[in-house]
Design a protein around this ligand. Structure first.
Ligand code: MTE
Ligand code: MO
Length: 332
């Protein structure tokens, strides 16, 4: 296939909503985040194909029509950009919750007969250019092969509509539960390999330092794959005025790869927390939490929420991309 044109061939992103504006359970398409490191590629569906090769006994190439003929599923999932790979300590809060439509990668891989030595799936997009001074032939990411069975998709739709160019039209990878960076847009090639991908987006960038108990880097790193527990307070909004003595609902969204088991909310700056009511984890979607609160003392007050993942991790106070979200309100 011919190389996609890039328009414009420079980084492009959108981050339309702040946490207090995330009132919809499913984020409207025009409100979703967008992140393109190398510009928006514009491949034609007629010209598009997806090759699956590497450690497989039957390499294959799918056209757009081949993909369309496959059974499609829908998965509602949190979609989160982890923020700048150079700033793993800064919460970007670029999040939305969308319905992906597409074909299960596990179905496609079964036809290719992977070899036992295969452990990772390398995924390439057609975009290219320069990022952080480095010339990039193609945006290449990877994921563990054993994750594919869960619900990895070759997606061609978002919220029931064809993908927009900036979201990866005609088709992209979606790895629900992993940070957005792993979901390669304008996907054209999947390669099964026995080691991690060698390009800069999997070696130089998107590997977080592991710190010891006192916060010092150990020298070891962990790939930016699995989404850490996180929560945002949607209501009240920052600087909102709340009447003293009246009950108000504090609510927001919480999520983590594997689901959230608890959310604690703090309303008075002290150590005490209120355990929020939280809806049960449903697939990959974010979960609504609620606390009812009757403020007594007039003045400024800071609220925060802390989510705990089903596997027992909790949001840190600060210094991490999933640090707790604080909202200052005025009680009058
Ligand atoms: N081919 C390609 N895929 C890509 C990117 C990219 O620059 N090129 N950006 C990644 C990043 S960092 C994120 S957060 C998500 C964003 O997906 P969206 O723009 O559809 O929200 O796409 C990922 N997939
Ligand atoms: Mo991202």
């Amino acid at each position: 296939m011919t190389r996609a044109t890039l328009d414009p061939a420079k980084a492009y992103g959108r981050h339309p909503l702040q946490p207090h504006q995330l009132t919809d359970r499913v984020t409207r398409i025009e409100d979703t985040i967008v992140l393109c490191h190398l510009g928006v590629a514009r491949p034609d569906a007629d010209d598009w194909s997806l090759s699956i090769d590497g450690l497989v006994r039957r390499p294959t190439r799918l056209t757009w029509n081949d993909l369309m003929r496959r059974p499609h599923v829908e998965i509602t999932s949190i979609h989160e950009c982890c923020g700048s790979p150079m700033k793993p300590d800064v919460p970007a809060r670029r999040i939305c919750n969308v319905v992906w439509g597409g074909v299960r990668l596990s179905d496609l891989l079964a036809d290719c007969d992977p070899e036992p030595a295969a452990r990772y799936v390398w995924s390439s997009g057609t975009d290219y250019g320069v990022f952080e001074g480095e010339t990039i032939d193609a945006f290449v990411k990877d994921l563990p092969l054993d994750r594919v069975a869960a619900d990895v998709l070759i997606a061609d739709a978002m919220n029931g509509l064809p993908l927009r160019p900036e979201n990866g039209y005609p088709a992209r990878l979606v790895v629900p539960g992993f940070y957005g960076t792993n979901s390669v847009k304008w996907l054209t090639r999947l390669t099964l390999m026995d080691k991690r991908a060698t390009g800069p987006f999997t070696t130089r960038w998107y590997n977080d330092p592991i710190r010891d108990g006192s916060g010092r880097p150990t020298g070891a790193t962990v790939p930016v794959w699995s989404i850490a527990p996180e929560s945002v307070i949607v209501s009240p909004a920052p600087d909102q005025t709340l009447p003293a003595g009246e009950t108000t609902n504090i609510w927001g969204w919480a999520w983590a790869d594997g689901g959230v088991s608890a959310v604690d909310v703090n309303v008075d700056g002290g150590p005490a927390v209120i355990r929020a009511a939280i809806e049960p984890s449903a697939g990959r979607a974010w979960q609504r939490f609620t606390v009812s609160w009757r403020p007594e003392h007039r003045g400024k007050c800071e609220l925060w929420s802390r989510a705990q993942s089903a596997d027992g991790r909790a949001q840190p106070d600060a210094g991490a991309r999933n640090a707790i979200h604080r909202v200052a309100v005025n009680v009058v």
